[in-house]
Design a protein around this ligand. Structure first.
Ligand SMILES: NC(=O)c1ccc[n+]([C@@H]2O[C@H](COP(=O)([O-])OP(=O)(O)OC[C@H]3O[C@@H](n4cnc5c(N)ncnc54)[C@H](O)[C@@H]3O)[C@@H](O)[C@H]2O)c1
Length: 350
């Protein structure tokens, strides 16, 4: 495809403005042809900022008026289904951010439609595309062979209430980043799962998630998610034969061979060649991957069919959860401030 890839957006909200519009605007082979948002203020501000010629308040009208190759549908999870299905049936390639819908059933339905209509699809699990994560996984496998033991940790000091007023739970909406990273690091299919979930401070929803996952290739995976933590942390461990990487994505990776405690230290910003969040968290790389896949006609790594497996693992973690022991006293409820969702933020300490 020599000509520019023509893209339209459904959604001009916060995340799209922080990561997807700027990533695409930085590519010479992409044209953002049109955008759609219900909010006039957001439409106008985003169109002015990223030089988008046409704006709409109705996505159907937009897609009947402009000719595009691909559509970014960046909306709250519970609003994704209708526009995603519309785009797939119209034969357009589709990018959504995580989570891919609110149930695995929905994601599987999208994957089925995409197979029928021959669409290329992608879910924005950006951490898979972060240069520090790629380098660590490649190096551990190259030196140590198959990864036998994987750990994914995702921690937040979340003070809010239900995500999207309860339209979706935290594990499916947000901790799925760690679930997906665990699958990606392990590289096999899920065989079975044991798990524990907790509502730590009586907020009425689970904010502690732990799971042990056995994969078909023998890898044993451990998930730790905690939304009542003292600080943000996203970290992954990858262990193969006498070879290990400990990756703290917004800081650095420690790489060790043969019990050498010293090891190597890889700073995230050095590996990414930049300390711009677009680069070190993998946002620009995920968008580049989608565009390159469209140009070469191949399915992106985190296509809807693959993303459905992360949604299915989330569901298995929910289903496998052992009952909370009644002997565990619940700590007193804390005052919740705001009901905000999580956002990718520039980490304060680097
Ligand atoms: N990858 C990440 O790390 C990450 C981080 C934050 C959010 N997200 C995901 O990004 C998505 C968007 O989140 P956000 O916080 O930017 O949301 P947002 O609420 O800021 O933006 C959503 C936008 O969609 C518009 N909208 C709603 N219905 C519409 C419709 N029918 N047609 C056109 N526009 C419509 C709203 O007016 C709003 O501007 C969510 O799925 C969220 O889970 C991903």
């Amino acid at each position: 495809m020599a000509k520019k890839v023509r893209v339209a957006f459904i959604g001009a909200g916060e995340l799209a403005n922080i990561v997807h519009y700027p990533s695409l605007a930085s590519f010479k082979d992409v044209e953002i042809v049109a955008l759609c948002d219900l909010s006039e203020e957001r439409r106008n501000a985003t169109a002015a900022k990223f030089n988008v010629a046409r704006t709409f308040s109705d996505y159907r009208q937009m897609l009947q008026s402009v000719k595009v190759d691909a559509v970014y549908v960046i909306l709250p999870p519970q609003l994704l289904h209708e526009p995603v299905v519309y785009c797939l049936k119209a034969g357009l390639h589709v990018f959504t951010d995580k989570p891919p819908g609110v149930t695995p059933h929905q994601t599987r339905a999208w994957a089925g439609l995409a197979a029928r209509h021959k669409n290329l699809t992608m879910v924005g699990f950006q951490r898979r595309y972060a240069p520090i994560m790629r380098k660590a996984r490649e190096q551990v496998i190259k030196r140590g062979g198959a990864i036998q033991h994987a750990v994914a940790q995702y921690y937040k000091g979340y003070k809010g209430g239900l995500y999207y007023e309860g339209a979706i739970d935290i594990l499916t909406c947000d901790a799925i980043h760690a679930v997906d990273a665990l699958r990606w690091v392990a590289g096999g299919e899920v065989v079975d799962v044991t798990s524990d979930l907790r509502d730590q401070v009586g907020r009425g929803f689970h904010d502690l998630f732990t799971a042990t996952v056995r994969f078909s290739n023998g890898c044993l995976g451990f998930l730790f998610g905690n939304w009542n933590c003292g600080a943000y942390r996203f970290a992954v461990e990858m262990h193969a034969n006498r070879t290990s990487a400990f990756v703290e994505i917004n800081k650095r990776a420690l790489y060790h061979e043969d019990g050498n405690q010293e090891g190597e230290v890889w700073e995230t910003r050095d590996v990414a060649g930049s300390d711009d969040m677009l680069d070190d968290f993998g946002f620009r790389a995920e968008n580049r991957h989608f565009i390159d896949c469209i140009k070469s006609g191949r399915q992106p790594d985190s296509h809807f069919g693959d993303a459905a497996k992360s949604m299915e693992l989330v569901e298995k973690i929910h289903r496998a959860a052992r009952p909370e022991p009644s002997s565990v006293p619940a700590p007193p409820p804390q005052k919740a401030s705001g009901a905000g969702r999580s956002r990718p933020r520039r980490a304060k300490s680097r």
